[in-house]
Design a binder for this molecule. Structure first.
Ligand code: GRF
Length: 190
């Protein structure tokens, strides 16, 4: 399975996926990383693994659809089977979804359908829930709403700071995302 990873930030999920491939836990290849923030650390991580990283700076495009068209061009060029969103902080349009129907996965740092949106960890923390977690799902046009593939529960401890909780959720993300990709890729070949 040929993967593309789309990321805007640190890229710790990219690293976890790349390591799972190296370990043989995930039979796939990351053909390209697409990132939108010129200074994002994900670029360094891609370099470390020898994965080509292409900057699509959203500021250079007139519309969300135009950005997605540029992304689709790259994905086609690299013959991508599955698109992996790993902290891609841009709203996606029908252009991308129609080009890769049921072939785009996302990870979100809450137990969906609770706490959708970009402040999920803080919202769970401030709400006072005792268990939160992370969710791998198929991307749909409506944000954080597609079919759920895998979840992990993470307890919120009385002594937790927000940073403690973020770290504990990320540990679980790095476990469930490679596993969910492996299972989903396998299900597609049957
Ligand atoms: C993760 O917490 C993910 O759930 C969210 O964005 C973050 C990406 O982290 N969608 P990283 O860039 O993979 O370290």
């Amino acid at each position: 399975t040929t993967l593309a990873v789309l990321a805007s930030g640190s890229g710790s999920n990219l690293e976890a996926i790349a390591k799972a491939i190296e370990n043989g836990q995930l039979l796939a290849k990351i053909a390209v990383v697409i990132y939108n923030e010129p200074e994002a650390y994900v670029k360094q991580r891609a370099d470390k693994f020898g994965i080509p990283a292409i900057l699509i700076n959203h500021r250079d495009y007139k519309s969300r659809a135009a950005i997605d068209l540029a992304i689709v061009d790259i994905l086609k060029q690299y013959h991508i089977d599955l698109v992996i969103m790993a902290g891609w902080m841009r709203i996606v349009t029908q252009v991308l979804i129609d080009a890769f129907p049921e072939r785009i996965l996302n990870i979100h740092p809450s137990l969906l359908p609770s706490f959708k949106g970009i402040h999920a960890i803080e919202q769970a923390f401030n709400y006072g829930v005792k268990i939160t977690g992370c969710t791998v799902h198929i991307l749909s046009l409506e944000v954080d709403s597609g079919k759920i593939l895998k979840q992990a529960a993470v307890p919120i401890l009385a002594s937790d700071t927000l940073v403690d909780l973020q770290k504990r959720i990320q540990v679980q993300e790095h476990i469930i995302y490679p596993a969910a990709i492996a299972e989903y890729a396998q299900s597609l070949t049957k």
